[in-house]
Design a protein around this ligand. Structure first.
Ligand SMILES: [Zn+2]
Length: 408
């Protein structure tokens, strides 16, 4: 970090010193264990709070009256602050859009996995600069809504070359990249789906592995069955990738139990779950990542977050931002829908959108405001984080710090 362009005072030279963000009415830390001033409960809220940022890290958190001296000071105006949102599931390497498909669906046509092929065609036709610019636009759009960490996936190229370039472009711009060659069987393999699985687990994986941390598979009727998904995950693990699984989006299936069996970081969607699925998740460290934008945009029943939370499953919220089934980059929107439609309390939804997303990425340096964490902070134009659900659709994000730098 070399500059603090928007700080109120500039006592320290650029690149040096500490900044106090003061006059925070209510601060969500997600860490009531280390932050002494935090109220009990998962959100670890501190009232009349202040945060000290040094470089790209949080150096101190507590009540303002106890804040240490710093080189400069920013006044939060008596508003609420929380960790930057961690969006642990998106598909942002794509060309074109699917406006007409959405309009048709809202006129009564059901969603199927096959629509992905439309985007595959447009993505293959796009050049690298177009894909990079489209990704940058969405990253910026998410940042304006408070998202400071993004995971994104390949999966609209479905050739060795197109999957590699998607991950290469993604790795330039986002923290977390996922190899999703097993998104859908492309048309040229329609009569030989196992041949496509051989490509995904062989030459495509060889070319993609060094550009990704994660391997993912769309385990769903119309995409990949249990045996195929198992082959994809096993091959990815053998190449050092960590699994995550699209599971139980359109109907029940083997995806969730496969995710648990592979110690996946996350089982994503979890809309259709058997009791065995819930038990398996509860006994594992696999996070259930719920994607309410998807049910919203496909006019489908929402996942039952309450059932998972009551079973002590760790729940994350994410956008699933993609041009087909969930074209929103807004974590505040997901929080509001999760509270209104999925049985989550505002506190649970805010935790799931921050610390939950971090857990789904097996990260402890993000999703909380605690000494040593990355200084990713969101200031709301509201006195409490509850307003994220209480005032749906309202642009409440007033300022964003990412890695200690004020970016909005
Ligand atoms: Zn997805």
């Amino acid at each position: 970090m070399s500059t603090h362009p928007t700080r109120d005072t500039a006592a320290a030279p650029d690149g040096a010193g500490s900044t106090l963000i003061a006059n925070i009415s209510s601060l969500v830390t997600n860490d009531h264990e280390t932050v002494a001033a935090a109220e009990h409960g998962p959100l670890g809220v501190v009232r009349n709070a202040a945060v000290v940022v040094e470089g790209d890290r949080v150096a101190w958190v507590g009540t303002e009256s106890e804040a240490p001296a710093t080189d400069s000071r920013v006044d939060a105006g008596g508003r609420a602050m929380l960790p930057g949102f961690v969006d642990s599931h998106s598909h942002l390497l794509f060309g074109g859009d699917r406006t007409e498909e959405f309009a048709a669906r809202m006129s009564g046509r059901p969603y199927t996995a096959g629509g992905i092929r439309t985007t595959v065609e447009a993505t293959r036709a796009a050049d690298d600069a177009e894909l990079a610019a489209n990704l940058a636009r969405h990253v910026r759009e998410a940042l304006r809504q408070g998202t400071t960490t993004l995971e994104t996936k390949s999966g609209y190229g479905l050739t060795v070359e197109d999957e590699v370039r998607a991950l290469r472009i993604a790795a330039d711009q986002v923290d977390e990249t996922t190899y999703l060659g097993a998104h859908v069987v492309p048309p040229e393999y329609a009569s030989d789906p196992d041949g496509y699985v051989d490509l995904v687990t062989g030459p495509m994986l060889d070319a993609c592995a060094r550009h990704a941390r994660w391997v993912d598979v769309f385990c769903e009727r119309g995409a990949f069955d249990g045996d195929q998904a198992r082959a994809v995950l096993a091959a990815g693990v053998a190449r050092g990738l960590v699994p995550r699984v699209h599971a139980g989006q359109l109907g029940p299936g083997p995806g969730v139990r496969l995710a648990v069996e592979f110690d996946a970081a996350s089982a994503d969607h979890c809309t259709h779950l058997s009791d065995e699925d819930v038990d398996a998740l509860a006994g594992s460290r696999t996070v259930a990542t719920l994607l309410p934008g998807c049910e919203f945009s496909t006019r489908s029943p929402y996942p039952d977050a309450r059932r998972l939370l009551d079973a002590k499953v760790t729940v994350a919220l994410s956008t699933d931002c993609n041009p087909g089934s969930s074209y929103t980059s807004s974590m505040p929107f997901c929080v509001a829908v999760a509270v209104r439609e999925m049985g989550m309390t505002p506190d649970e939804a805010v935790w799931a959108a921050t610390a939950g997303g971090a857990a789904a990425l097996r990260r402890i340096d993000i999703g909380r405001v605690t000494p040593g964490a990355r200084a990713d902070l969101v200031l709301l134009d509201a006195p409490s984080h509850v307003h994220l659900a209480y005032r749906p659709g309202v642009p409440l994000v007033a300022a964003v710090w990412q890695r200690g730098e004020r970016v909005l």
